[in-house]
Design a binder for this molecule. Sequence first.
Ligand SMILES: C[S@@+](CC[C@H](N)C(=O)[O-])C[C@H]1O[C@@H](n2cnc3c(N)ncnc32)[C@H](O)[C@@H]1O
Length: 315
Amino acid sequence: MKDTIYRLPQEFIHKLKKIYPHRFPAVCETFLHRKIPAFRINYLKTDLMNLRKMLKQERVKYKELPWPKGSFLLTMELRTFQQSYLYKEGYIYVQNVSSMVPPVILDPQPQEKILDLCAAPGAKTTQLVSLGNREIELVVVEKIRTRYYKLLANLKAQGIDWIEPYLLDGIWVRKKFPEYFDKILLDAPCSCEGLFYVHNPHSFKYWKLRKVKEMSHKQKKLIAAAVYALKEGGTLIYSTCTFSPEENEMVIDWVLNKFKDTLEIIPLTLPLTNAIPGLCRWKDKKFSASLSGSVRIIPHEFMEAFYIVQLKKTG
Ligand SMILES: C[S@@+](CC[C@H](N)C(=O)[O-])C[C@H]1O[C@@H](n2cnc3c(N)ncnc32)[C@H](O)[C@@H]1O
């Protein structure tokens, strides 16, 4: 393994070895390289046949992926692609493939009331609208003002002018929208360990074990609020781009205990070779066996690390 990996916080490396004892070298390798950029279609502006035609006309070098449908790897300079009208006019959205998975699982359907609880900069918001079009009732929430403005800009660039996001702490959806939503996406704020890149110290310099603990606390408050805002029979997708079990399985185990008998995991199976079951144990703590129905996406050359779980409110 390359020495440069030891630029990452030692405690993080130590922890990662425990999370992935067998995959540790392969996972470490992914911190040494930037991910191959990817993009997806914006169905509001075009369809797949037409997009393929336009990509050819614009001489974009790409590889279409089998899943998620409408996703592509960019095999040319991102900066050059960003000069194309396809990018500028919002026919596509540049987004990591792992990040495309939660909205695909959420599967927005006409007339559904859907909440995107932590929305900025809007990759998944714009994807939800692309998939569900004007036929879904989408409520969008973001707490941080600067990020909220970035979200507004991205909505505009993708041709979405009928949604007015709330600049709001997500914990208030509990009071504002009790038992209202059919589906909720909680793409939670996290310690972003999946975005660590050894050649960009900014990506990891603020990481501390204490920060992971703080994030876990925030995530619990947000997920509890989301459960209160969910209708009986409704679905909640929780996701993070981090490895720490304290922000993933432990949050879910906590919420399953808090809402005993009214919340359950609907197991996920993704058509990906790098998706593995969530942990059912971490250190001396044993979680609900149903946590094996959640999914960890193992990072590789074009997918970031992600954790995804699907919950259903049963009563
Ligand atoms: C992982 S990012 C979301 C990324 C976004 N879903 C996307 O796909 O582009 C988490 C977001 O949650 C926001 N956030 C943090 N605390 C929040 C809170 N209490 N309520 C609502 N949003 C919050 C952060 O500012 C950040 O924009």
